[in-house]
Design a protein around this ligand. Structure first.
Ligand code: FE
Length: 210
């Protein structure tokens, strides 16, 4: 089987959010799809190890903030490369409560759902949600997963349904938290001390040379 075939599938980049006993929490996901239009239903696939997974199971609600091409990449890092178990991720981004759910402000659109059904696989649960609210926030092109990889130079978290192990060229400096590969013109060693990973905002010291 050639796993590269999966790269031919198209995805977006989304912040999946819910409530954890009154505290907003969430994670970065790429596998969201509309299933039906009337009534509007949406499915999302979430790793069972993600804290957000358990919070959605308990609250019975989830929201999807659809990121756009100009959304701050650090939002993806904040929600994708740390756990809501020990971090208040929403403290680090501007958000609003819409349709009773926490929504990231710097996004193209949002969709709020109540959980209708759950389809379990060994590692992931597909939540099927009935849409209870949705709106456009910023009229900008939605960020595709290809854009995230090719333009933002972001990587896939190990928990993602679409994760495929990638080998990094030797000699490159790589963020040990999110996998971002530094590719700038200035040699990495000459970057200022306050340089931070553009995806997850970790300091220069979090980078390792491959
Ligand atoms: Fe990083």
């Amino acid at each position: 089987m050639n796993n590269s075939a999966f790269r031919a599938l198209s995805y977006g980049v989304y912040i999946l959010s819910t409530w954890d006993n009154g505290r907003p929490t969430g994670c970065t996901v790429n596998s969201v799809m509309q299933i039906t239009s009337s009534p509007a239903t949406v499915a999302v696939s979430v790793n069972k190890n993600n804290y957000t997974h358990d919070c959605i199971s308990q609250s019975g609600m989830f929201a999807v903030s659809v990121l756009h091409e100009q959304s701050d990449p650090s939002i993806i890092g904040t929600f994708g490369f740390s756990s809501g178990r020990d971090t208040d991720k929403f403290d680090k981004v501007k958000y609003s409560v819409k349709g009773m759910m926490p929504i990231v402000d710097n996004a193209a659109a949002y969709i709020v759902c109540s959980v209708e059904k759950m389809l379990e696989t060994d590692t992931h649960t597909v939540f099927l949600g009935k849409v209870t609210d949705a709106d456009v926030l910023e009229n900008k092109p939605p960020m595709t997963y290809a854009y995230y990889h090719n333009v933002v130079k972001g990587k896939t978290a190990k928990n993602a349904p679409t994760y495929i192990e990638e080998k990094t060229e030797t000699g490159k400096w790589v963020c040990s938290v999110c996998g971002y590969v530094y590719d700038g013109e200035t040699p990495f060693e000459q970057l200022p001390d306050d340089f931070r990973c553009p995806v997850c905002k970790q300091p220069k010291s979090a980078f390792v040379k491959k």
